[in-house]
Design a protein around this ligand. Structure first.
Ligand code: SF4
Length: 412
């Protein structure tokens, strides 16, 4: 969106940093690893700046979270901007303002969206009002604010008109969509509306809060024609004691019931989850409960993280921490445990035909994604290059082989 606004004001987007007069780094301040990655990126550019002349601007969540610390510790950066609407960032850049951090603000300009690829993320809301004890997002992203259905629809129509084939709806918690605007959770209403937009495209929804997924959401994602049957449901743990300490409401058996409901609505649905290991007080028994839970839930996809203290959160105040080497051991054990489950889940597709969004041509193969694969976090489908395919495009692919994460197939 910022790119679209800058272009509409006559600025040029260049391919190489050597040609740039302004460099903008977007940051994330969510968890330790994301913060570290953002800082490394900033320092790389600070280093590069020693021999190149450009205006270096850093923006986003990390700046919103640590404005003064960053400004005093990395004085080489020319401008720091917090969570601001893209138009305000463009204004500040044009005036070369050195520092703009206010209460987090988000506004959208659905007409200014520029998209280069086969898929596009569409933010349907921002901020969060939940109280997960390990998470600092509500402190620096502000209250949950939904966009109205009309602006989201306009943005989706524009993206589809520009060739986007997969729309990926995101928010800190997509299940809460509309609660602030329409007085009740309205994700299902939004999905029905987007499902009726014309064009050859599909819709994937990420970040469904497991405590708030309900029948209406399951029904919409499982049955609407353009919806990808993919449920990204970050449960975070499988021990009831730890779930409670995390500020989650559903117990492990209630979460298993949700998994069951999703699979009875459509047995081929893909379910992805995230797990935090090493949460304060996590004992061997809790970890055992977690493995047992995962063994029953049999998630198709799983991302795992080692717990890290986020200052200001209730979890960071719990004294009984899990030593890092134990958390690391559990993390590795969990990944090995899950890899067999993921493999078994994918194996059931061998011999079957899946719809695949083919996005890339390589020397020997085409590369695409099935309904089981969100970009950047899941696997791929590799298709033999026997026939020339137009990319991006949806194709029917018969699966011939699988590994834990990827599949191989032939064009049908
Ligand atoms: S719902 Fe997500 S963003 Fe909100 S507090 Fe929980 S983990 Fe953080």
């Amino acid at each position: 969106m910022l790119e679209g606004i800058l272009k509409s004001r006559g600025h040029q987007i260049v391919k190489s940093v050597d040609e740039a007069q302004v460099v903008i780094i977007d940051t994330c301040g969510f968890i330790e690893s994301a913060k570290r990655e953002s800082i490394e990126e900033i320092l790389d550019f600070v280093n590069y700046k020693k021999n190149h002349k450009f205006f270096l601007c850093v923006k986003g969540c990390l700046v919103q979270r640590y404005p003064e610390q960053l400004r005093s510790q990395i004085p080489e950066v020319d401008a720091w901007y917090g969570v601001l609407p893209p138009s305000k960032i463009a204004d500040a850049l044009e005036r070369k303002l050195p520092f703009v951090v206010t209460q987090p603000q988000v506004t959208y300009d659905e007409t200014a969206r520029v998209c280069h690829g086969s898929f596009a993320y569409v933010k349907i809301a921002d901020g969060c009002n939940r109280n997960c004890s390990f998470c600092a997002i509500p402190y620096f992203k502000g209250d949950f604010r939904s966009r109205n259905i009309e602006t989201i629809e306009t943005e989706v129509k524009n993206l589809v008109k520009n060739g986007v084939r997969e729309i990926i709806l995101v928010a800190q918690d997509t299940t809460a969509y509309g609660i602030d605007l329409y007085g009740k959770p309205s994700l299902d209403v939004l999905l029905k509306r987007l499902n009726s937009v014309d064009g050859e495209f599909k819709i994937r929804v990420l970040y469904l809060h497991p405590d708030h997924i309900d029948e209406k959401i399951i029904e919409a994602i499982s049955s609407l024609e353009k919806l990808i049957p993919y449920f990204d449901m970050p449960v975070q743990h499988g021990s009831d004691r730890i779930l409670k300490k995390m500020g989650r409401f559903r117990t492990s058996s209630e979460l298993l019931e949700i998994v069951e409901k999703i699979r009875s609505a459509n047995p081929d649905s893909a379910i992805r989850t995230s797990i935090i290991v090493g949460f304060p007080t996590e004992a061997d028994d809790d970890f055992e409960d977690l493995l047992q839970f995962l063994g029953k839930a049999k998630f198709d996809r799983l991302g795992a993280f080692i717990y890290s203290d986020e200052e200001g959160t209730p979890a960071s105040l719990i004294q009984e921490k899990v030593p890092l080497h134990i958390a690391q051991e559990r993390y590795e054990q969990l990944l090995v445990f899950q890899s067999q489950i993921s493999y078994e889940r994918l194996r059931r597709f061998i011999g079957r035909t899946l719809t695949v969004l083919v996005e890339e041509r390589q020397k020997q193969k085409y590369v695409g994604r099935s309904h089981l694969d969100a970009p950047e976090i899941d696997g791929n489908v590799f298709v033999n290059r026997s026939v020339k395919m137009k990319i991006p495009g949806y194709y029917n692919v018969r699966i011939t082989d699988v590994s834990e994460y990827d599949m191989e197939g032939v064009l049908v």
